[in-house]
Write a protein of this length. Structure first.
Lengths: 109, 113
C-alpha cells in the first residue's frame, strides 16, 4: 500500500482556516486520496476525497498537488467541534481503507 | 442517513470466552468491514466482506473469524478471547453506488480480563 505522512499534531485558533498537510510520494495512478476524521469517542467519519482535481464540499476543501505527491485538507473556519484526529488515506476506489495514525487537531478558543 | 449500529458500546469478557460483536447497517450496502483501533497504531483492518457469505482477510485476521449470513449484518467472532484482544472495534459499510464513503459505527470497546 502507498504510504502517507502527516504531522502528529497541529493547533489552530477558532474561526481561523486550518491547512492539514499530507505527503504521499509513492501514490499510484489509481489511488484516490481520502480524508476521514474521528471525533473523541466516535467512529471515523468521511470528510472528502479526490483523485486529481481539487474538491470542495460543505465540510472542507481538498487541494491536490499537480504531481499528486501531496495534498492539503482545508477547513475554512475551524470551530471547537472540528477538534479531532484527521486521517489522510490512499486507496483505489472500492478497497478497504488503510488508516495510519493521523493528525490530531487541537482548536483553541 | 446511513446508519451503522454495533451491538454494544462497552463489553467486558474473560480470557477464553467466545465473544460475538454484531454490526448492522440499514442502507443495503454490499461491503462491510471490521477494524480494531489501538493507541499509537491507528485503525487496522481485521476482515471485510463484499457480499453475503463472502469474506476476505484483512491485515490482522489471526484470532478472529467473521460471519455474513445476511446482507445487513456482519459479525466478528473471537473464538477464545485473549487479553491482547482488548481494543476498540469499529465496523464500517460501503457501497459503490454512493459517494465512495465508508460509514462507521460508534465502536465497541472490548476489555478482556
Amino acid at each position: 500500500d502507498a504510504k502517507t505522512t502527516q504531522p502528529n499534531s497541529m493547533e489552530s485558533n477558532e474561526e481561523e482556516p486550518v491547512h492539514l498537510p499530507c505527503n504521499h510520494s509513492t501514490i499510484s495512478g489509481t489511488d484516490y486520496i481520502h480524508w476521514y476524521r474521528q471525533l473523541p469517542s466516535q467512529g471515523p467519519e468521511y470528510v472528502i476525497h479526490g483523485l486529481t482535481s481539487n474538491v470542495n464540499n460543505r465540510m472542507a476543501s481538498l487541494a491536490i498537488a499537480e504531481d499528486r505527491k501531496s495534498s492539503t485538507l482545508i477547513l475554512h473556519r475551524a470551530t471547537l467541534r472540528d477538534a479531532a484526529v484527521y486521517y489522510c488515506i490512499l486507496s483505489p476506489t472500492g478497497y478497504a481503507l488503510n488508516f495510519g495514525k493521523g493528525t490530531s487537531l487541537l482548536v483553541t478558543p | 442517513d446511513v446508519k451503522v449500529t454495533q451491538s454494544s458500546r462497552y463489553l467486558v469478557k474473560r480470557t477464553g470466552e467466545k465473544v460475538f460483536l454484531e454490526c448492522v447497517q440499514d442502507m443495503d450496502h454490499e461491503n462491510m468491514f471490521w477494524y480494531r483501533q489501538d493507541p499509537g497504531l491507528g485503525l487496522r483492518l481485521i476482515y471485510f466482506s463484499y457480499d453475503v457469505k463472502m469474506k476476505e482477510k484483512g491485515d490482522i485476521p489471526e484470532g478472529y473469524s467473521v460471519s455474513r449470513e445476511k446482507k445487513e449484518r456482519f459479525s466478528l467472532i473471537l473464538e477464545s478471547a485473549s487479553t491482547n484482544q482488548t481494543s476498540m472495534y469499529l465496523c464500517a459499510s460501503w457501497t459503490r453506488l454512493s459517494t465512495d464513503t465508508q460509514y462507521f459505527g460508534p465502536g465497541t470497546r472490548l476489555t478482556v480480563l
